[in-house]
Design a protein around this ligand. Structure first.
Ligand code: 1VU
Length: 169
């Protein structure tokens, strides 16, 4: 039974590329963000999730989106900005958020060539990000990220260094 469940679970990383199935998943993810991040304007969520410069790592189970992380890779600067992160309400605290972040790190390092992530974390998500290796101290040199990510109050800037070798998944 457990093996069956695992076989029905997949992690994908994609962007708005015009493929119908990808659009259905991105819309599903957008709906999860809209519900789980009530302080974010819905139009802003739609705009970034559908933006071709952003990518989304998603957990798909039985062809349904369970959650995901939308980020923008700044390849020339070798860092990524996490814009949104959420798991659907009845699937939270089951480990999906952790597995998602590990898939994101692996993809960002091996496909995008990134070394760091930055994010403005919600106050109540600082605990989750800390467990994923994020810190409030920013070690990345300012000239690598200043002007690339928007200042945003109501969040705490956090950083994560991606290990260059560790197998994350
Ligand atoms: O490993 P442990 O069991 O010790 O800890 C778990 C879990 O207990 C902990 N954790 C949290 N700790 C403090 N505050 C929280 N809000 C919180 N949520 C979880 O973290 C460890 C990992 O747990 P997990 O892998 O089971 O995590 P989930 O699958 O529940 O995913 C975590 C998130 C935060 C994504 C999920 O709970 C969620 O969707 N919450 C509501 C939306 C949200 O707050 N999103 C982040 C907002 S910040 C943002 O989007 C801008 C970047």
């Amino acid at each position: 039974k457990r093996e069956e469940e695992a076989a029905l679970l997949k992690f994908v990383c994609l962007s708005n590329d015009g493929v119908d199935e990808h659009m259905v998943w991105l819309i599903g993810l957008k709906n999860i963000f809209a519900r789980q991040l009530p302080n974010m304007p819905k139009e802003y969520i739609v705009r970034l999730v559908m933006d071709r410069n952003h990518k989304s790592v998603m957990v798909i189970r039985r062809n349904q989106v369970v959650g995901g992380i939308t980020y923008r890779p700044y390849v020339s600067q070798k860092f990524g900005e996490i814009a949104f992160c959420a798991i659907t309400a009845d699937e939270q605290v089951k480990g999906y958020g952790t597995r998602l972040m590990n898939h994101l790190k692996q993809h960002a390092r091996d496909v995008d060539g990134l070394t760091h992530f930055l994010t403005y974390a919600d106050n109540n998500a600082v605990g989750y990000f800390t467990k994923q290796g994020f810190t409030k101290e920013i070690h990345l040199e300012k000239d690598r990220w200043q002007g690339y990510i928007k200042d945003y109050d109501g969040g705490i800037l956090m950083e994560c260094k991606i290990d260059p070798k560790l197998p994350y998944t």
